[in-house]
Design a protein around this ligand. Sequence first.
Ligand SMILES: Nc1ncnc2c1ncn2[C@@H]1O[C@H](COP(=O)(O)OP(=O)(O)OP(=O)(O)O)[C@@H](O)[C@H]1O
Ligand code: SF4
Ligand SMILES: [Mg+2]
Length: 370
Amino acid sequence: MTETPATAGNSREVLVDVDQVEVHFPIKRGVVLDRTVGHVYAVDGVSLRIERGETYGLVGESGCGKSTLGRAVLRLEKPTGGRVVFDGVDLFGMKGEQLRRMRRRMQMVFQDPLSSLDPRQSVQSLLVEGMRAHGMDTGRTATDKRLRELLSAVGLPSTSLRKYPHEFSGGQRQRIGIARALSVGPDLVVADEPVSALDVSVQAQVLNLLEDLQAELGLTYLVIAHDLAVVRQIADRVGVMYLGGIVEESTSDDLYEEPLHPYSKALLSAVPVPDPTVEDEREQILLSGDLPSPAAPPSGCRFHTRCPWRQSTRCDTERPELRELKPGHRVACHYAEDIRDGRLKPHEVSADAVNPADFGDLDITSAHPA
Ligand SMILES: Nc1ncnc2c1ncn2[C@@H]1O[C@H](COP(=O)(O)OP(=O)(O)OP(=O)(O)O)[C@@H](O)[C@H]1O
Ligand code: SF4
Ligand SMILES: [Mg+2]
């Protein structure tokens, strides 16, 4: 983890400015007419800024729009609204060759290296491919040197060059995926669930590698994960997503110490705390109802159908904006101050309330790293 923006003052430069981004996928019906009968509001008005050299973590339940947002930032997904400014340039206004050249500076690391690496290509060919596409394969000696440097940076021997993806373990394959992303010298790396396909014992090694590479190369990361422990280890700042929107954003320490949005509070209340005295005194926040469909998101506050603090006045009708409650800590809840200061109490939960630990595949059982 690098120095956080909060501690660094305002001197850090914004590398990625995401402004009211929307990605709405049309739902089509009918073979002949192909009518649009609705939309999946996968990303619905997200604004965030990623500063140069920091790691921004995105967390949230399965289907809340994390991957779609990551892909939109790289312009791999066509946005239906808003804009992304990368290093001062509006990406959504770019096309063709201009966009292709810009892509060198923004690379992606995928969850499953086996399906993202072509099994028929040797490691050498996989690594050279991107360099060639961007005119960086300038001669045999220089390219050989570069390939060896890349492998050494990700902790693989140079003999790996002649091998094929299936000859490596999962962790080694993810190292190849990282080397491939780095081969073209990007500024930004979007890593979508970079360690969730790996054994727990290997996860920490790959996260440490990402952190070392960041320090060495001055990289900026957007890390997407459903595992709160992963985000806690690697992210300087965290955005919590719920149904296509960011509901809370703060430094990772702040979020884990004092979550302010009811949804984040519920997620973190289910995380076991190593201290048994603290653990006994903690109250778990249960949520009623299932995650609504992103094709029919609730009106007003998207979380109102499950929120234990829901108020009849504004929650069902008015969508809360992200507001700064304290420096660097933004929350999208009309009543965040009243909840924080204990002026509002949570309602009794209904019989169908669930422990957030049972949410889909969101791993909240290990958010406190050993
Ligand atoms: N190409 C697409 N066409 C239609 N709907 C899509 C498409 N891609 C994603 N979606 C839908 O958009 C919503 C958000 O999906 P997304 O993959 O971004 O979620 P996620 O937060 O990354 O989930 P997970 O943790 O499971 O990876 C989901 O309801 C998904 O089904
Ligand atoms: S705005 Fe209302 S429903 Fe939404 S999180 Fe706050 S209290 Fe809950
Ligand atoms: Mg995803």
